[in-house]
Design a protein around this ligand. Structure first.
Ligand SMILES: NC(=O)c1ccc[n+]([C@@H]2O[C@H](COP(=O)([O-])OP(=O)(O)OC[C@H]3O[C@@H](n4cnc5c(N)ncnc54)[C@H](OP(=O)(O)O)[C@@H]3O)[C@@H](O)[C@H]2O)c1
Length: 337
């Protein structure tokens, strides 16, 4: 009998997630039934969206994507040895079957990994997975960048942001990134080819943009929200486009006084801006297309990636808390096996 370990969340998160919000429990898995497979997690994805309210009832299972290997199967389409991407949650072993995984917000909920050749399968959770598709579809479809335009990316050294900036360079744009440390900023300019960067914790961003985007910002890919975004929106060009991907600056903030930022409407009207929120699920039907495009860029050496991997199932909560504290550069993952 296989014993799975899984994380349960005991109460809704309040402010920054805490270790006491989680418990690890064991679950005895039953025998496989027809069409079922047993998947063993290799890597679990740690993402900001996992901070959301997980349902109406607590305790509940922790949500999340994972790259897993099928280690036993009674389903000929998913034989033993197959690598899959599944939204099985934070757990070591999962029994499932394809029909259980079809109807979900995160669809396609389950898919077999394309051939990554000598690249690590962990990329299926980052640059060649949902995160990569967020960057690829969100930036190209919502911002509709043109060569020569000026693009600003916030959360620029994170999984999505570092990817967006590189796509912008591939497409011939000028790219400005904001991140939370000088070291992150150096990585963006020296290794990823961002044109210029600023540490938002120590820089007057309004002044920085006046000097570094004197003709205005054409596209803004917003990962953080709050005052950083109000500052960028105040310096957009006519007909600028804004892709609102996330608002991480607000996720853990419980003080109503701090959940406020400068009013945006005057800039939206005077600069005739187009601002659009999106969820990567909108492009779910194009998942494999996005994965293959990003994989191609990685193989061609046009897209660099960095993974922030902690070792061991038990490290997931620390990795999750660290994500909100900016401890990661690039994609945050937990290596399970
Ligand atoms: N719309 C969608 O479908 C979709 C899909 C995936 C992700 N997202 C969103 O995209 C954003 C980035 O996600 P990710 O997975 O790539 O995470 P990530 O950027 O790899 O990690 C989070 C980063 O956020 C930064 N951060 C934390 N608190 C901040 C604050 N108060 N102000 C500014 N930056 C702060 C930290 O970097 P610093 O050191 O720079 O502060 C941290 O490293 C998130 O908002 C997430 O919710 C949206």
């Amino acid at each position: 009998m296989v014993v799975a370990k899984k994380y349960i969340v005991v109460n809704p998160f309040e402010g920054e997630p805490k270790k006491s919000d989680f418990m690890i429990v064991e679950e005895n898995l039953p025998e496989l039934q027809e069409d079922e497979f047993l998947a063993e997690a290799a890597y679990m994805s740690i993402d900001p969206y996992q901070r959301m309210k997980l349902g109406n009832k607590y305790p509940c299972d922790m949500i999340g994507g994972q790259v897993a290997k099928i280690i036993a199967s009674r389903n000929s389409e998913y034989p033993e040895g197959t690598w899959v991407m599944g939204h099985f949650g934070w757990r070591t072993h999962t029994i499932s079957k394809p029909e259980n995984e079809k109807f979900c917000m995160q669809k396609p909920f389950l898919y077999k990994l394309p051939d990554f050749e000598d690249l690590p399968v962990s990329l299926a959770l980052g640059v060649c997975g949902r995160v990569g598709n967020t960057a690829y579809f969100g930036f190209t479809q919502i911002c509709q960048p043109k060569p020569g335009e000026t693009v600003v990316v916030s959360g620029a050294a994170g999984a999505v942001g570092s990817h967006v900036g590189q796509i912008a360079k591939i497409l011939g744009c000028r790219v400005i990134g904001f991140a939370g440390s000088d070291e992150k900023c150096k990585w963006l300019t020296n290794k990823l080819g961002f044109d210029c960067t600023a540490n938002y914790k120590t820089t007057d961003l309004a002044q920085f943009l006046k000097e570094n985007a004197p003709n205005g910002v054409d596209c803004y890919f917003d990962n953080v929200g709050g005052e950083i975004s109000s500052t960028v929106l105040s310096q957009m060009n006519q007909y600028g486009r804004v892709a609102v991907c996330g608002a991480i600056s607000s996720y853990n903030e419980t003080d109503p006084a701090k959940r406020k930022a400068t009013i945006l409407q005057p800039f939206i009207v005077s600069k005739q801006l187009k601002i659009e929120g999106f969820l990567v699920n909108r492009y779910a039907d194009r998942t494999i297309e996005g994965v293959n495009q990003n994989l191609k860029w990685v193989k061609e050496g046009k897209l660099q990636y960095r993974e922030h991997i902690t070792d061991g199932f038990e490290t997931a909560v620390d990795a999750f808390i660290g994500l909100f504290r900016g401890e990661n550069t690039g994609k945050t993952l937990v290596k399970v096996k």
